[in-house]
Design a protein around this ligand. Sequence first.
Ligand code: HEC
Ligand code: HEC
Length: 202
Amino acid sequence: MKNLLIASVMFLFAASGASIAGDAAAGKSKSAACGGCHGFDGNSPISLYPKLAGQNEAYITKQVKDFKANTTRQSPIMLGMVAGLSDEDAADIGAYYQAQSVSSAAAFDESKAAAGRALYKGGDLQAGIPACQACHGPTGAGTAGIGYPQIGGQYVEYTLAQLKAFKDGSRSNDDNKLMRSIVEKLSDDELEAVANYIASLK
Ligand code: HEC
Ligand code: HEC
């Protein structure tokens, strides 16, 4: 009886916790309007626009929701783009991009990347800064199951802009302040160094 109860509770939990699973084939056609900026395979041709290729579905779905809510992550450009997307559209598009591969490293400054490596790999125990790779992975591929974003191979300009946005609070959509609590302890030089290292990852 007890086992049965546990089993049914677990089933309920799984059923209610399940989000819409995206359909990559449907997502391919739905992403046509996104390709102009993000690249048709998600490898944006210019650094103004973030690469989405290889980005995980859970993260993309969350960002679409957050842009729509227009509170903790605001972008006038993206607000217009996501207005007409349903949750299912977002999941389909996310599944499509997740199935693509991020193009090899974005342009970066060698010496800055070398300076950022230690922080990415090991954090700073004394200062209470965790290693970035603990959540984003040794190659920056992220942790797909829980929606931690892929960041490896991303353009320096975009990554740096996001780190600064977390630091000044203009982006605050990180649950439990996961990112804000880290970047508040980093100098602008450190942010620039780690953004260059991230761009070098593949
Ligand atoms: C006119 C150019 C443009 C178009 C078209 C566009 N985007 Fe974007 N997108 C941007 C910009 C600029 C950003 C960065 C916003 C910021 O500064 O936070 C962005 C960011 C994103 C992000 C967040 C990426 C990350 O790593 O956090 C997602 C997800 C995204 N766009 C999805 C889409 C989808 C889906 C579509 C199509 C429905 C689309 N975009 C169409 C310009 C565009
Ligand atoms: C405890 C886990 C954790 C650690 C450690 C961590 N991050 Fe993050 N990071 C996240 C999560 C979760 C998000 C996504 C927040 C959201 O938008 O929902 C994120 C988002 C980001 C983004 C934005 C990605 C995008 O596409 O817009 C960048 C850049 C980033 N992190 C860099 C770093 C760097 C650099 C470090 C180390 C100094 C670091 N992170 C350490 C969890 C972590």
